[in-house]
Ligand binder design. Structure first.
Ligand code: ADP
Ligand code: MG
Length: 722
């Protein structure tokens, strides 16, 4: 009957929800009817039997068949989650590569189970845990499960782990595969369900010793595919044009447009709304909704709202137009989509170990992705997919599959996590696709320079501490070192501003700030509305610190606190209140980690000459490998790798410092370094002599300058001796 065993009647003859002891609401029954029509319900009994008989199962089903929302509920129904002593309940985990999916799906499932989100059903994403002691089903990012494994190596709080969206092959999911394979050997009572939207599943089957594969037949309607005759010069403009054409000419049905990121999506939403509004009554009303990872939860819900009705009876139909990143490719299913527009691009991570640059680049998607995207048009009725590239390009230029993220990433943070998990022999770790040896070597080298690993590759005490921070290793190192410079309070604020205000990145991988040596982050704590750009720039300049952008961020944070976190102060000063609030929340969590290690919270006297100097030195203690030197030619070169880079125009410096540390390396048509701060050459050789060891340094201008600095230091030492 779908209400599950343990459902009880009360004396009013209504059924009682076994999870919270309350009678089911009317809404519960309404949703239940809808749920029962999802394809996975056909195989509910079969699934439970296979689960009973096996430790690992692979489940493949089209997007929208009900895997993510229903399967964990089936598991709850079919598996006894009480501990053997019957004193506690264990949990079911369901991992998601994307934080938005974890939040959105858990909310939906809480509703389906008629419980409050955060109680019996919860979610956990980096810097936000919405679960409680009562939680029996937890949706969490794959990166968070990996973090949990650091303190609970056998994942003992879980009875069943569902690895969802396995086809995405995110870095964290790939590491979890290898890890769980080991854990399963030591936990015969633990079960694993691997869920995927594509047939690559046979690869998973091989990896998990021939685990049974269950297929949920899709219920897809045919989708007609259209290509452009000639390549499009501007896919954004082409996408907008196509939306307008569909709205004018095609029968009713909602539209889904795939774009690459927040800015582009907001821009497109504005333009679409404007163009269609300008067309007046001859076309129906539209509801244009954006979807990307940093969208606030209330806005995320909008994608599930119905299309607006026609403005007058018998008038042209209203439409919902969703403009989304890859999130809508397989992670979230939006019902009612009939038209898909696929420009063929996504932001993807790329890593070049030779120059240690990891970046997000807008690049062509794979054929598999294109196929998934078009599938979104045929969920409820026959649909149409408009590919904004030529058929020839589809056949010749697109790769069959997207490379697993592990082959495209800087692995410093992953290696640190693995070391913390007690996996010392990385070469023999059972990766489904082993990363390039050079990438692993690079990661080991970086961690060794940071002092997280000793020369034999063993985790040091420093490494232990660093691994506890859900941050990239450079930032963790800076935090651990900051009390030595008597400025941990300020470094905490800067770290929080860098992480809390920059969560765009997580739309690509949810691994907690995956080991980024260089990465793209867009500081979005500053608001720059189109209609008030000048005022916004002036406001930003008021926070500006001439020695660097990190210190500017610190000024913003201080001003925010001094103004009692007032949203209207934020508005007046063109500061994003949500970003600041998020930074403040991140800061509190980092403070707790600092406390755990007795790292003291301290500040220099604000009026002391050393106040900013010490902050800059502490930053260098973490970021000494992200330094660029100003050459006599007026160009910056990154230290050791000698890449030509430019200061990003957003910087607040009033001069071109000889040495800068930078937070991000942005690859576009030019290479930019963004969020930069002035540092002194002397500090480099004082703080990181092991890295600035000139016997191991390429010939370049920076080397000659450093040689002089070393000689100067030598002379000073001699003079002191005299
Ligand atoms: P799968 O994981 O197989 O892709 P899901 O379990 O995510 O499928 O989705 C099953 C159904 O639940 C879809 O029809 C989807 O539209 C619906 N659904 C999911 N989340 C929500 C929500 N927040 N509001 C309304 N419907 C939802
Ligand atoms: Mg799903």
């Amino acid at each position: 009957n779908g209400v599950g065993p343990g459902a009880m009647m009360n004396n009013n003859n209504s059924l009682i929800n076994r999870w919270n002891g309350k009678p089911y609401s009317q809404r519960y029954y309404e949703i239940l009817e809808k749920r029962k029509s999802l394809p996975v319900w056909q195989q509910k009994e079969e699934f439970l039997q296979v689960l009973k008989a096996n430790q690992v199962i692979i489940l493949v089903g089209e997007t929208g068949s009900g895997k993510t929302t229903q399967i964990p509920q089936f598991v709850l129904e079919g598996v006894d989650i009480e501990t053997p002593d019957r004193r506690r309940k264990m949990m079911i985990a369901c991992t998601q590569p994307r934080r938005v999916a974890a939040m959105s799906v858990s909310r939906r499932v809480a509703e389906e189970m008629d419980v409050t989100i955060g109680e019996e059903v919860g979610y956990s994403i980096r810097f936000e845990d919405c679960s409680s002691a009562r939680t029996v089903l937890k949706y969490l990012t794959d990166g968070m499960l990996l973090r949990e494994a650091m303190t609970d190596p056998l994942l003992e709080r879980y009875k069943v782990i569902v690895l969802d969206e396995a086809h995405e092959r995110t870095l964290a999911t790939d590491v979890l595969f290898g890890l769980l394979k080991e854990v399963l050997k030591n936990r015969p009572d633990l079960k694993l369900v691997v869920m995927s939207a594509t047939l690559e599943a046979e690869k998973f089957q091989g990896y998990f010793y021939g685990a049974p594969l269950m297929k949920v037949p899709g219920r897809l309607h045919p989708v007609e595919i259209f290509y452009t005759q000639d390549p499009e010069r501007d896919y954004l403009e082409a996408a907008i044009r196509t939306v307008v054409q569909i709205h004018m000419c095609e029968p009713s049905g909602d539209i889904l447009v795939f774009l690459t990121g927040e800015e582009e999506i907001e821009d497109a939403c504005r333009k679409i709304t404007k163009e269609i509004t300008n067309m007046g009554d001859q076309v129906g009303p539209v509801k244009v909704v954006p979807l990307y990872s940093t969208l606030p939860p209330a806005m995320q819900q909008k994608i599930f709202e119905p299309a607006p009705p026609p403005s007058k009876e018998g008038g042209p139909p209203g439409r919902k137009i969703v403009v989304s990143t890859n999130i809508a490719e397989t992670s979230l299913t939006i019902d009612g989509i009939v038209y898909v527009i696929d420009p063929g691009f996504a932001k993807q991570k790329v890593y070049n170990p030779r120059v240690r640059v990891e970046s997000l680049l807008v690049s062509p998607i794979s054929k598999a992705s294109a196929h998934q995207r078009s599938g979104r048009a045929g969920r409820t009725q026959p649909g149409k997919c408009f590919r904004l590239y030529t058929e020839k390009s589809f056949n010749n230029d697109l790769q069959p599959q997207t490379y697993p993220e592990i082959l495209r990433s800087n692995l410093a943070n992953t290696v640190l996590t693995l070391k913390k998990l007690g996996i010392d022999d990385l070469v023999h770790f059972d990766f489904m696709d082993p990363p390039a040896p050079e990438t692993l070597m690079r990661a080991l080298e970086v961690l060794n320079y940071l002092g997280a690993l000793d020369d034999d590759g063993n985790l040091t005490e420093m490494g232990e501490k660093m691994s506890e921070f859900p941050l990239d290793p450079q930032m963790s190192k800076m935090l651990v070192e900051s009390p030595k410079y008597n400025c941990s309070n300020e470094i905490l604020s800067i770290s929080a501003m860098l992480s809390g205000c920059h969560q765009q990145l997580s739309c690509l991988g949810s691994m907690p700030l995956v080991g980024m040596h260089h990465r793209i982050l867009i500081p979005n704590c500053f608001v720059r509305p189109r209609e008030a750009q000048k005022a916004a720039d002036e406001a930003k300049a008021r926070f500006g610190h001439i020695d660097g952008d990190h210190l500017t961020l610190l000024n913003v944070y201080h001003a925010y606190k001094q103004n009692n976190e007032d949203p209207s102060w934020c508005y007046d000063n063109f500061v994003n209140h949500r970003a600041l609030k998020s930074a403040d929340n991140v800061r509190q969590q980092l403070v707790r980690i600092m406390a755990r290690f007795n790292l003291k919270l301290c500040s220099n006297d604000f009026n002391s000459r050393d106040y900013y100097v010490n902050i800059r030195k502490a930053m260098l203690a973490g970021y000494f490998m992200q330094v660029a030197h100003l050459e006599r030619t007026g160009q910056y070169l990154t230290v050791k790798d000698n890449q030509v880079v430019h200061l990003h125009p957003s910087n607040c410096l009033d001069h071109k410092p000889e040495w800068v540390i930078y937070n991000e390396y942005v690859l576009t048509s030019r290479n930019f370094i963004r969020t930069v701060t002035d540092v002194r050459g002397e500090w480099l050789i004082d703080i990181a002599p092991h890295y600035y060891d000139l016997s191991n340094f390429p010939q370049c201008e920076a080397k000659r300058v450093l040689e002089r600095l070393y000689r100067k230091r030598e002379k000073e030492r001699e003079n002191n001796r005299k």
